[in-house]
Structure formats: structure tokens, C-alpha cells
Write a protein that binds this ligand. Structure first.
Ligand code: URP
Ligand code: ZN
Ligand code: ZN
Ligand code: ZN
Length: 491
């Protein structure tokens, strides 16, 4: 046959347009977009009738933690590259970018990259890449940024909090200067770790240790301060930064102000900050631990509105899951690791930080009906592809250039709204923070490089472990680093 697969009668959505098209796929690539009906009798090995439903570039989740050792307090992450990426495809995500964490005891970055590459090899159901998590920016590590670029890694993440990870401002400047030279995008976890430790001490002195005090220990001001400082450091070096998992409208405001000044400041938020509140941490028993993540869910509806506004008005560049899975009922590596002989009721500071969400990200966001379909694609696919150097191989439907990575939804009003249930999800976690939350959409098919890997009504996960490939990335195409040398005499 002329084509490997054709998709008929799609309402095709890209970050730019919505239109009615048939799509032809050959050798894993998008070959042709044609007006609806045009390909109706084209010879193809496989034919999928989208029946008028949205057809979108596959979701890209640029913030996923898999197979990580304990870094955020106790606990190793529950999903490995197999279960985490299986969960991804079942939720319409075709590419993930996870983390290769450098241990503080390592002076090189390459060990972390090699170890993580081995963990992922022949395991993934979807395509993947890594951000290098830099916790010890030695001169050797900084010199290796150029090797990262050669190996197709164009982004790093640094932390302003967590004992095992926190960098001082001078170290952040070292990282940013080298990132500028090498065309690397620096992701920053912006929470003031020293203030957090001080707040924690205040709570401990008062024996306030329940899960809800996790939120008390990390008020918005501590995120806003760190965001401000990160932006200032980025402005000093004149290089792009991306503030990850922004939870608070006041931090978003600081980011917006910087963007208005023309600074290359980008930002990410996540569904938990549109949906969960600190009340979710205040449940009977230890249940609240299920929603402990950092930054924490904020106070309520007003904060959620602020985050939605930032998604709509462009303050947020990308929407990721920050899938950081820990089993609840596991006293060694799960949330219950915080229940010890010394703290039989649990202590919030020992609860591993993070929530699962790689599978629910797209359905929850689309079902909220707050974004135009184009904006939805921009935030969940095209922009992550651009800022992390995957575009237009990923995040687009450009004939000849783009991989045939597609998420096909249900035709409107053919799916009755249904509650999210953990028992139907594919991650290796014994809960979802969104249990019972209603959604009106779910991906019906997921295709990666032209192969159907998720067919919700016929077999579910039909993709194979090991089909997912490592994708080499280029520098960001949203904003290039300044190519002129950084000159201290300019100040
Ligand atoms: O609570 C969170 N977000 N855990 C994951 C670690 C991180 O900082 O992204
Ligand atoms: Zn139509
Ligand atoms: Zn983080
Ligand atoms: Zn994270």
C-alpha cells in the first residue's frame, strides 16, 4: 500500500489552527494532510476513522521522574521506565523528558547520564529524553555541558531547595554562565530552602507535624522570593531560564513582569496547581500525604484561577505533570516512610515529595474546558517541543518533518463523563490524587511514529516495551542563548 496508516475525518488541531483533515503516515512520519474525504479510498495498511474527533500532535510531558533514588526526602520513585511510559501512552503522551540525577558525591555528570540511559534502554513504551539534574556544579561538571550537547541533551535542572540538591546563588551563576555558552536551557526549582528549613523548625517546636503542615512550611512567599531571585540571576547572565512547577499566582506575576521587560523567562505549571488545594493535605489519618508535593497545592479557587489565567495569557509556556510517583502504603519507599518509631503519627518533612500524574495530565486539562484546543496543544506539546529542542520532529504535524506521534480523542459527546479511578491507570502507584474527579474526555488512540500504541476500546496498551526511543535534542528554538561572550565590563 501507498501509506502505512491513514487517519480519516479528523478535526486536526495544532498550536496554530483547527481544521478538518485526513492524515497520511509513511515510514513513521506525517506524509500528507489533505481536506476531509481526500484520502477516503487511499491504499493503506491501517485505516483509523477519527469520526470528527480531535487529532493532535502527541502529548509531550517534559517533567517526569522515573527510577530515581531518594532525593526529595525519603523514598525511591515507584515507576521505572517501563511502567511510567506505559502510563504515559495510556494518557495520550508520546514523548517524556525525565531526569538523570547527578548525586552530590559525583563531580562528573556523565555517570548520571550513563546510569539513567541504562535504566531506560529497551524499557520505554514512548520516546524519551533526559534533563541532567545538576546537584554538584564542579568545574568538571560545567566543562561537560558541551558533551551533553553532543549527546543530544539541551536542558538541565537545578534546585534552590532540598538538602541533597540545593545550590547557592554563586553556584547558580556558574551554571547559568556555562548554560549560556553552550545553548542549554536551565530549569529552576524555585523555593527558598533556607526559609523552608526555618519554617519547619518553627513547626517542629510546636509539634505541628501532620501532612497539612507540609503546606504551612512552604508558603507562597517562599516560592515568590526564589522566583524573583532566579529571574535576577538569569538577567545578570542574560540567558534563558524556565521556572518549573509554578504553583502560586504571585510567582506567576513576578514571571509575567519579567516577560513584559523582554527577559527570556519561561514557566511551567502542572494540573495539581489547577485542581488540588491545601485542604487535600488535611484528610483523616495520614491520607493527606497522598497530595504532598512541592511546591504544595495552594489555598483555593482564587489561586487556581490565577494559574488558569497564566495558562490563557501566555505567562506559562508549558504544562507538565511533574509525575513523581511514590506508593502510599509502603513504609520503606512510599509516603508512609514518614511514619517512624519516633513519629508514629508521621512527620511531614519525611514524606517523599511528589504526586503521580503522567497519565491524567491531558484528560484533566482538556476536560476542564478552559483552554482553546490550539492553546491546549501549544502548552502540552508544541511549546515543550520548542523549548527543549525537539521541534518540529515532535510537537507538530508538518509533512515530511514531523514524527507521526498523535493523540486521537473521542468524538464530542460520545463519551459519558466518568470518574478517574486508580484501578484503571497504568502507573505503579496505589493511588491517584484525582480519584473520583470527573473527566469528559480521554485519548481513544495514541500513535507513536505511526504505530498505534494505545487503543482504549480494543486492547488498551497495544504498544511494546522497548519501542520507545531516545530522541536527541537540539537547543531551544523558542529563544536562543546570547551568542556574544558575556562581558563583566557591561555592568
Ligand atoms: O514534589 C515534587 N515536585 N517532587 C518532585 C521533585 C521536584 O522538585 O520536581
Ligand atoms: Zn469536521
Ligand atoms: Zn522541582
Ligand atoms: Zn519534578
Amino acid at each position: 500500500p501507498q501509506y502505512d496508516c491513514i487517519i480519516l475525518n479528523g478535526t486536526v488541531v495544532t498550536a496554530a489552527d483547527v481544521g478538518c483533515y485526513d492524515i497520511a503516515i509513511k515510514d513513521g512520519k506525517i506524509m500528507l494532510l489533505a481536506p476531509t474525504g481526500y484520502l477516503a479510498s487511499a491504499p493503506a495498511t491501517r485505516v483509523i476513522d477519527a469520526e470528527g474527533a480531535y487529532v493532535m500532535p502527541g502529548g509531550i510531558d517534559a517533567h517526569v521522574h522515573l527510577a530515581e533514588p531518594p532525593l526529595f526526602g525519603k523514598g525511591r520513585t515507584a515507576d521505572d521506565y517501563a511502567t511510567g511510559t506505559k502510563s504515559a501512552i495510556a494518557g495520550g503522551t508520546t514523548t517524556i523528558i525525565s531526569f538523570a540525577p547527578q548525586d552530590k558525591s559525583q563531580s562528573s555528570l556523565l555517570g548520571a547520564l550513563d546510569e539513567t540511559s541504562i535504566k531506560a534502554a529497551n524499557q520505554a513504551y514512548c520516546d524519551y529524553s533526559f534533563h541532567l539534574l545538576v546537584s554538584n556544579p564542579t568545574s568538571q561538571a560545567l566543562d561537560e555541558f558541551s558533551i551533553l550537547r553532543e549527546r543530544g541533551i539541551s536542558s538541565i535542572k537545578i534546585y534552590m531547595t532540598y538538602e541533597a540538591l540545593q545550590l547557592r546563588d554563586n553556584q547558580i551563576l556558574d551554571v547559568l554562565l556555562k548554560a549560556r555558552t553552550e545553548g542549554i536551557t536551565t530549569m529552576i526549582h524555585a523555593e527558598n530552602g533556607d526559609v523552608l528549613n526555618w519554617m519547619t523548625k518553627q513547626l517542629e517546636d510546636r509539634s505541628l507535624l501532620a501532612p497539612k503542615y507540609h503546606a504551612t512550611s512552604r508558603p507562597q512567599i517562599l516560592e515568590t522570593e526564589a522566583t524573583n531571585r532566579a529571574i535576577a540571576l538569569g538577567e545578570l547572565i542574560d540567558t534563558p531560564i524556565l521556572i518549573v512547577h509554578v504553583s502560586s499566582p504571585s510567582a506567576a506575576e513576578v514571571i509575567r513582569r519579567a516577560q513584559t521587560k523582554g527577559l527570556p523567562v519561561y514557566a511551567e505549571t502542572c494540573p495539581q496547581y489547577m485542581i488540588l488545594t491545601r485542604d487535600d493535605l488535611d484528610k483523616p489519618g495520614f491520607e493527606g500525604a497522598k497530595c504532598v508535593c512541592s511546591p504544595p497545592p495552594r489555598e483555593g479557587a482564587e489561586d487556581h484561577e490565577g494559574i488558569w489565567a497564566g495558562l490563557q495569557n501566555g505567562t506559562f509556556t508549558i504544562l507538565s505533570s511533574d509525575h513523581c510517583p511514590f506508593v502510599f502504603d509502603d513504609s520503606e519507599n512510599g509516603k508512609k516512610a514518614a511514619i517512624t518509631a519516633e513519629f508514629p503519627q508521621g512527620h511531614f518533612k519525611y514524606i517523599p515529595n511528589g504526586c503521580p500524574g503522567v497519565e491524567t495530565r491531558l484528560a484533566l486539562t482538556l476536560s476542564a474546558n478552559r483552554l482553546t484546543p490550539q492553546k491546549f496543544v501549544e502548552l502540552t506539546s508544541s511549546n515543550p517541543a520548542k523549548i527543549y529542542g525537539l521541534y518540529p520532529q515532535k510537537g507538530a504535524l508538518i509533512p515530511g518533518l514531523s514524527d507521526a506521534d498523535l493523540t486521537i480523542w473521542y468524538p464530542s459527546s460520545t463519551l459519558d463523563p466518568f470518574p478517574i479511578q486508580n484501578s484503571t491507570l497504568h502507573h505503579n502507584v496505589d493511588y491517584t490524587p484525582y480519584e473520583g474527579k470527573m473527566v469528559s474526555q480521554w485519548p481513544r488512540y495514541t500513535l507513536i511514529r505511526g504505530e498505534v500504541v494505545w487503543d482504549r476500546d480494543n486492547g488498551g496498551v497495544v504498544g511494546k516495551k522497548g519501542y520507545g526511543q531516545f530522541v536527541k535534542r537540539d537547543r531551544s528554538s523558542l529563544s536562543s542563548s546570547n551568542s556574544s561572550p558575556w562581558n563583566i565590563e557591561n555592568f
